[in-house]
Design a protein around this ligand. Structure first.
Ligand code: GLC
Length: 423
């Protein structure tokens, strides 16, 4: 059974593979290369084809902008029905792309791959060049998304978080005034049941923010202050803190300059604690544009465990709270706490279980609460075994929703079931 599933997971990845990169799914929902998907996909390949693993990252980095930004989508194939497509984004360097980024998981993934594989001398040159490009990307995030040097970076569009439709953004999105005479044609709700996809009212705002970024020529210097959306998100910053820690190790191992990064890490570690609400024992977001604390019980707030904070008192409290999220249920973790008013069983990012969220939290718990970590791992594997490699699942019934043959679900499944071999 286990081996059969491992073979199936590999088949999902190979089935979605194009030249040098891999689609998130084999249906028409996401016909391009997505940034954090590619990170997770690369980890999956690393268990059976190291070349494919490195190619996935290298291709993504070919689309890196001159200033260092790595776009959240690269449009290798221009003839698709996806909206917003390459022509409405109207940007890119070498490869047509979107004009925003996505969670910085690449340094974390690369370090994981290097930790468990012997790398040949020839590959070392390739990897050093990847590390240098990632350094440039992290410097871009620090320079333009934290221009006031606070230690925390902002996202300027909900899509940058990767949890696009989360209730985390509802307050800030309500403040966005929809562009007059907005005209566009969505493609996503023709491929997938609209009940599982964002509402038109939300989409109008996504598109309005995007158009505004384009009007400002995606100029990162201007946009921190001008953007219609500017939020310091716990999940994104937790991933960034962890990625910075891993990048630091990578830079050291290639004898590359790392002093500035070291300082930034210290600052972030201190500042991120300011997002902690001691009374409730949870981390909360901050909307910079509207000067407002956002308290929504999103599973992504627990990504803080992945950041490996030194503060054990906070870690313990967070774990205690996580255990109240919904862990006694058969299917964990709902993206939003089930008793919250914004919880929806089927709509994406507003309730369903996502394998990458479980995986991130599992990674964060491994060195803090092994029993709990193993429980999460077991439940995640069982959910996939029972329901297949889908985009997301109902936390109530385990029923699968969204796209089938989902690449990151297959990849992270491979990592969960095969990691022991190497640990
Ligand atoms: C959706 C998700 C995003 C993901 C993309 C491709 O937009 O919200 O996180 O990267 O699909 O799978």
């Amino acid at each position: 059974m286990r081996n059969k599933l491992i073979e199936e997971a590999k088949k999902v990845l190979l089935g979605n593979k194009k030249k040098g990169y891999t689609l998130p799914t084999n249906n028409k929902l996401y016909p391009a290369q997505w940034k954090w998907d590619s990170g997770f996909i690369s980890l999956g390949y690393s268990y059976f084809n190291l070349k494919y693993a490195l190619d996935e990252i290298t291709t993504l980095l070919r689309g890196q902008w001159k200033d260092g930004m790595i776009p959240h989508i690269l449009f290798h194939d221009l003839k698709t029905n996806y909206y917003p497509n390459h022509s409405v984004w109207n940007c890119g360097n070498k490869i047509h792309s979107s004009g925003i980024t996505q969670p910085p998981v690449l340094a974390i993934i690369l370090k994981k791959i290097l930790d468990k594989n012997k790398i040949e001398i020839l590959d070392k040159v390739k990897i050093k060049s990847i590390v240098q490009k990632l350094k440039k990307y992290h410097e871009w995030l620090i320079k333009y998304r934290d221009p006031k040097n606070t230690g925390l970076v902002s996202i300027l569009h909900p899509w940058e978080s990767g949890y696009d439709n989360s209730p985390l953004w509802d307050y800030s999105m309500n403040e966005v005034k929809v562009e007059k005479n907005l005209k566009y044609k969505r493609g996503d709700n023709k491929v997938i049941n609209p009940e599982y996809r964002p509402l038109d009212a939300d989409y109008d705002r996504y598109v309005t923010i995007k158009n505004h970024l384009r009007k400002n020529k995606y100029n990162p210097k201007k946009l921190y202050n001008k953007s219609m959306f500017n939020v310091v998100d716990v999940g994104f910053n937790s991933i960034f803190l962890r990625a910075n820690k891993d990048l630091l190790e990578l830079l050291k191992s290639f004898n590359l300059e790392h002093n500035k990064l070291k300082k930034f890490i210290l600052k972030s570690e201190n500042q991120i604690e300011k997002l902690y609400n001691e009374k409730k024992g949870v981390f909360t977001n901050y909307d910079i544009r509207n000067k407002k604390k956002i308290i929504v019980p999103s599973i992504t707030n627990y990504f803080i465990l992945f950041a490996d904070l030194k503060n054990q008192t906070i870690n313990k409290k967070i774990i205690k709270n996580l255990k109240n999220h919904n862990h006694t249920k058969k299917y964990i973790f709902s993206s939003i706490k089930p008793n919250h008013k914004k919880f929806e069983e089927k709509r994406y990012w507003r309730g369903p279980v996502w394998i990458n969220c479980n995986w991130i939290i599992y990674q964060g718990l491994k060195n803090k609460d092994k029993n709990f970590a193993n429980k999460i791992k077991e439940k995640t594997i069982n959910l996939i075994k029972k329901n297949g490699f889908f985009e997301y699942y109902s936390f109530k019934t385990g029923k699968a929703f969204g796209a089938s043959n989902f690449s990151w679900t297959a990849s992270l499944f491979l990592d969960l079931v095969m990691e022991k071999k190497y640990n």
